[in-house]
Design a protein around this ligand. Structure first.
Ligand SMILES: Cc1ncc(COP(=O)(O)O)c(C=O)c1O
Length: 382
């Protein structure tokens, strides 16, 4: 037999997988490792999806999504950014994940370098490989509040650098970039003439400060990414979007045709209900995460395990460096000795070695017990 694809063989495996397998085999483990909302999708959204299915919206749609949803996305951000947005500047993807991949395929040439945050969402690396690009990581240091250092970034730019990916609010750091950081970053990207993929999927989950999007600063340069998964607890519905110049959207729609044809019509109708219906559900979920964040902070910060308090998204990075153990070992021992599953920091890059990620998408009781045991472990081993 001829061998299987090198590209597929070389795609990185999730660094959370091994830990999750041990957690599954350890009965009674409390999981603080989940990366998705703990809430149910709001009922009015489910009702809209059921009605859509009965009304026959069960077929293929245009590659870039149905016009009604593209228009609703355009209207939402036209209001937020105080700028007109055309429907042909919006791509609806099967989740933000697909919107990012389609955007990378539309921009990256073979061998182009793409700057990605470290620690950062691990899927960027695999997506860049599929788009035939080369991932180059830029550090987000805890000492720096997990914000980018432009001088360090500058040193990483080569003639092959074409794209920089940002993730604000960040998974796994939970940082929300202040306005000055976003503006300085965009000025830097303009000086360096780079495309910016601004992954702002956690834009509605901000606890401290204000969300400032990179997109309205330079719409010619920014490929804005967001979606329904986090704001509306709709991870399984698979609806995300990109907003970018129309010429790029035309290319990313072509790429999407080959990968998924189009997002599910039923899910697009659900997303339409999410965007145009009552928004109190978003605020209620945001407040619940905020309470959980306060709880985690109240336990981890006095123990010196939280160098940067999360201000958005639903994650906290606990600093376990005092144990002297690598993240993977901390995560495994936390399961075996404390019955707590976390995600090892190294699943998100080399900069988070010695850290574990806690997800706020767990109940308050689980978070309280989990954080107390993490502190007990750090005391015992450190
Ligand atoms: C930073 C980041 N970007 C994108 C995604 C993907 O979101 P979606 O469910 O819309 O594909 C996630 C999901 O965890 C994420 O954490």
């Amino acid at each position: 037999m001829k061998p299987l694809s090198q590209l597929a063989e070389q795609l990185p495996r999730s660094g959370i997988r091994a830990v999750m397998e041990i957690a599954r085999e350890t009965p009674g483990t409390i999981s603080l490792a989940v990366g998705e909302p703990s809430f149910k999708t709001p009922a009015h959204i489910i009702d809209a999806a059921c009605a859509a299915a009965y009304d026959g919206h069960t077929r293929y749609t245009p590659n870039a999504g149905i016009n009604e949803l593209r228009a609703a996305v355009a209207a939402r951000y036209a209001e937020r950014w105080k700028q007109p947005i055309a429907v042909n500047e919006v791509l609806i993807g099967s989740g933000a994940v697909n919107a990012i991949l389609a955007s990378l395929i539309a921009v990256v040439e073979e061998g182009d370098e793409v700057l990605v945050p470290d620690p950062g969402w691990p899927n960027y690396g695999a997506q860049i490989q599929i788009a035939r690009g080369v991932q180059v990581t830029y550090p987000m240091r805890s000492e720096n509040g997990y914000l980018p250092d432009l001088e360090e970034l500058d040193r990483l730019v080569t003639p092959k650098t074409k794209v920089v990916i940002t993730n604000n609010p960040s998974n796994p750091c939970g940082v929300v970039w202040p306005k000055e950081t976003v503006e300085a970053f965009m000025a830097w990207a303009q000086r360096r003439d780079l495309w910016v993929i601004a992954d702002e999927i956690y834009e509605d989950l901000v606890y401290v400060g204000k969300m400032v999007s990179a997109a309205p600063i330079d719409r010619e340069r920014v490929i804005f990414i967001s979606g329904c998964s986090k704001s509306y607890a709709m991870t399984g519905w698979r609806i995300g979007w990109a907003i970018a110049p129309a010429a790029l959207i035309a290319l990313s729609s072509k790429a999407q045709e080959a990968v998924v044809s189009c997002p599910s019509d039923i899910s697009q109708r659900a997303a339409l209900a999410a965007l145009t219906g009552p928004q109190e559900c978003v605020e209620e979920m945001r407040q619940a995460y905020h309470r959980r964040r306060d709880l985690v902070q109240s336990i981890l910060q006095p123990a010196g395990l939280l160098p940067a308090v999360p201000s958005g998204a639903f994650y906290a990075l606990a600093d376990m460096r005092s144990t002297g153990l690598p993240s993977q070992e901390v995560a495994i021992r936390l399961i075996k000795e404390e019955g707590i599953a976390t995600a090892p920091g190294t699943a998100f890059g080399v900069m988070a070695e010695g850290f574990v990620r806690i997800s706020l998408a767990s109940s308050e009781e689980e978070l309280r017990v989990g954080c107390e045991r993490i502190v007990a472990f750090a005391d015992r081993v450190g």
